[in-house]
Design a binder for this molecule. Structure first.
Ligand SMILES: Cc1cc2nc3c(=O)[nH]c(=O)nc-3n(C[C@H](O)[C@H](O)[C@H](O)COP(=O)(O)OP(=O)(O)OC[C@H]3O[C@@H](n4cnc5c(N)ncnc54)[C@H](O)[C@@H]3O)c2cc1C
Length: 545
């Protein structure tokens, strides 16, 4: 897939920021969310090519779009989330809604629907989830009954109910997953079709600027050319095919919202004086509430960038890598927002200071597009297969690569990442020998440990070779952050791996040694000094206005 040139991407990001500064100051954002208002005018402005034309980002150039790639989507999603995650979700819904078309439609269907979107900026909604089919989409109950004329299928009648659909009450077009005789399939549906109604907007914990509604389908007729791809039974494969992208998008939401909260806390702490000095100079504050979150968010960013580059390089799938990115970025974003409320004390608990809103908004990112638990499962299942297929070499090989990186660049935490990866390889092998993954909890915990080890290795690698310019942080700061994250990963894999293996009845008396727990503890040397540096660097990078 193509990628926008850097100038064009910068221009979009700058225009977006300028638009938000002018039209969406905090007071307006609070007004929208407290009024539970769908900001139609804002959405229209964002889709207006004369202003920003965000909807053009993912549409190929041949259909009148900009032909952006995964990297562009990540940067724009991060920027949107730093402004308002509810509004960002409205935009995401159109990207999501058109994804089945992007991956599965016939060339004629693509030309028709994507050109229409480019030209008219219509709103889309993506209808997969149902009351009984959330994480388990295979439990889908909506049906698509063929309508035949003279032995030819001329259309389908859709019946069923969709739940929690973003843009559900405001979209012009809907992509709907339904069971046809040949299996789950995507259909394209118009607003106002006979028999098609939508529920009232859900009253939500956060992202209140986003419209979420149920969809009701009672014998709704769609012509046969509205079956995406014109072949039944490809729906789940098509849904799976877009996960690499869509999970990356939500990962970028966690990143953008989380960093916005951290920056607010950093700035606040420079001006808030308690016990004779600014909070920004107090280790008990920065090293608990700010630095760990900043490090984890940056680890997630580097992994997101790695996945985006691979997708833009033409690799397909990457659903597991998308899951790692989503899992780490959204959990980190959620924690960062929670800690930022604490960092602002009583002010953080009020609406005016915005971190309370960010916290409520970012909470959704660990739920939609696959919950964190489903991400843990996806990651563990996939990497477990790689462990088995490679006879235990998968993470040993990766550890060797991290070891080589450490030999070339000893300051990026690659040695600690190698410890984490070696420990992981031993843990997976012990899990195989003692059949520990019969316990679902152990399998899911492995998913978490894998996410930490992989992001540690990637962060170290990229801090040495391709530090992310998007972070706005100095390379030396990123190196220190990579060291902190890699230490965290090494200790986490060894200690929590040991905990759950012992807890599930593992049989090797030497497991503690094999997991390298002592080495992971020894690797913590220098941790506090690195955190001191990062705290000071963050204060310089994000000065109070
Ligand atoms: C605001 C909002 C917007 C949304 N937008 C859309 C949209 O535009 N389009 C769309 O199609 N959907 C949308 N969704 C739906 C969303 O993707 C689902 O809510 C999500 O996938 C989880 O499904 P569920 O709510 O049914 O929870 P469940 O699947 O019932 O999960 C409940 C809990 O059980 C856990 N769990 C589930 N299965 C297992 C298992 N096998 N083992 C262990 N634990 C498990 C989950 O992790 C979770 O903690 C949206 C949801 C919300 C809240």
């Amino acid at each position: 897939m193509a990628r926008l040139d850097a100038e064009m991407l910068d221009q979009i990001l700058t225009t977006l920021r300028e638009y938000a500064d002018k039209n969406l100051p905090p007071a307006r954002l609070l007004e929208i969310e407290l009024g539970h208002e769908f900001p139609e005018k804002v959405m229209k402005d964002l889709y207006d090519p004369g202003q920003i034309g965000l909807h053009l980002l993912t549409i190929p150039e041949e259909f009148g779009g900009l032909g952006g790639g995964a990297y562009d989507i990540y940067r724009v999603s991060e920027a949107m989330a730093s402004i308002d995650l509810g509004i960002a979700t409205g935009v995401l819904a159109t990207f999501l809604g058109t994804d089945p078309i992007n991956v599965g439609a016939t060339p004629e269907q693509k030309r028709f629907w994507l050109s229409e979107l480019a030209e008219k900026g219509v709103f889309y909604a993506y209808g997969a989830t149902e009351p009984q089919a959330g994480s388990d989409l295979a439990a889908l109950a909506t049906t698509a009954a063929p309508v035949q004329e003279n032995g030819t299928v001329v259309g389908y009648r859709l019946s069923g109910r969709k739940q929690w659909i973003s843009n559900g009450g405001v979209a012009d077009r809907y992509t709907i997953l339904a069971n046809a005789p040949g299996g789950p399939s995507w259909f394209l549906l118009d607003k106002g079709a006979e028999g098609f109604t939508t529920g009232k907007p859900e009253d939500k914990h956060g992202i209140r600027a986003s419209n979420t509604a149920a969809l009701f389908l009672e014998n709704v007729y769609v012509p046969a050319d509205r079956l995406i791809g014109r072949v039944e039974g490809r729906g789940l494969v098509q849904a799976q095919a877009v996960f690499g992208y869509t999970r990356l998008m939500v990962a970028a939401f966690g990143l953008g919202a989380g960093w916005e909260a951290v920056k607010r806390a950093v700035r606040y702490s420079q001006e808030r004086v308690q016990a004779g000095g600014p909070l920004s100079e107090k280790q008990g504050y920065t090293h608990k509430l700010i630095v760990p979150n900043a490090c984890r968010l940056e680890a997630a960013r580097h992994y997101i960038e790695w996945v985006a580059e691979r997708l833009d390089g033409g690799e397909e799938g990457l659903a597991t890598e998308g899951a790692v990115a989503k899992y780490l970025a959204t959990e980190a974003g959620n924690k960062a927002a929670e800690d930022s409320i604490q960092a602002l004390g009583g002010y953080g608990y009020t609406r005016e200071y915005m971190v309370e809103k960010i916290k409520r908004d970012v909470r959704i990112t660990t739920i939609y597009e696959g919950t964190s638990e489903i991400m843990e499962w996806t990651i563990a299942r996939d990497r477990w297969q790689l462990h088995l297929k490679s006879r235990g070499q998968y993470y040993r090989d990766w550890a060797a690569r991290a070891g080589s990186r450490h030999a070339q660049s000893p300051n990026v935490g690659a040695g600690h990442a190698a410890l984490a990866l070696r420990s992981l390889a031993s843990l997976l092998e012990r899990a195989r020998l003692d059949r520990l993954t019969r316990n679902q909890h152990v399998l899911f915990r492995l998913g978490e440990l894998i996410a930490f080890a992989e992001t540690a290795a990637l962060f170290a690698e990229r801090a040495a070779s391709a530090p992310a310019a998007a972070s706005g942080l100095e390379p030396k700061t990123l190196e220190a952050m990579a060291r902190v994250h890699a230490r965290d990963a090494a200790l986490k894999v060894a200690s929590e791996g040991l905990r759950w293996a012992v807890g599930a009845g593992q049989t090797d008396p030497g497991l503690k040694q094999q997991l390298g727990l002592d080495a992971a503890v020894a690797a913590q040397a220098g941790l506090v000094e690195d955190m001191d540096k990062i705290a000071a660097d963050l204060n310089r990078a994000f000065p109070a206005k």
